[in-house]
Write a protein that binds this ligand. Structure first.
Ligand SMILES: [Zn+2]
Length: 77
């Protein structure tokens, strides 16, 4: 009895650090006031949190991350 099961190799795609935060699933965006934007020097930088862990540690402020000046205010992220 050599019936082999065709094993399904479900490749688990690990989440890759994307340069675009829009592509990352996060619970919320939180401001990181301890870091200055690489581009404009403003604070806070954008940090993405999921399940209580930082999944996106951005080096850009809200404006430079999303390209929208309205997003300088973390309250609108
Ligand atoms: Zn910036």
């Amino acid at each position: 009895m050599a019936a082999r099961n065709a094993k399904k190799r479900a490749k688990f795609a690990a989440p890759e650090p994307a340069s675009e935060p829009q592509g990352i699933a996060v619970d919320e965006w939180v401001p990181n006031y301890g870091r200055r934007c690489e581009v404009c020097g403003e604070t806070p930088c954008v940090t993405g949190v999921r399940n209580g862990a930082v999944v996106y540690d951005g080096s850009l402020c809200g404006v430079c991350t999303w390209g929208d000046t309205a997003l300088a205010d973390p309250g609108r992220w």
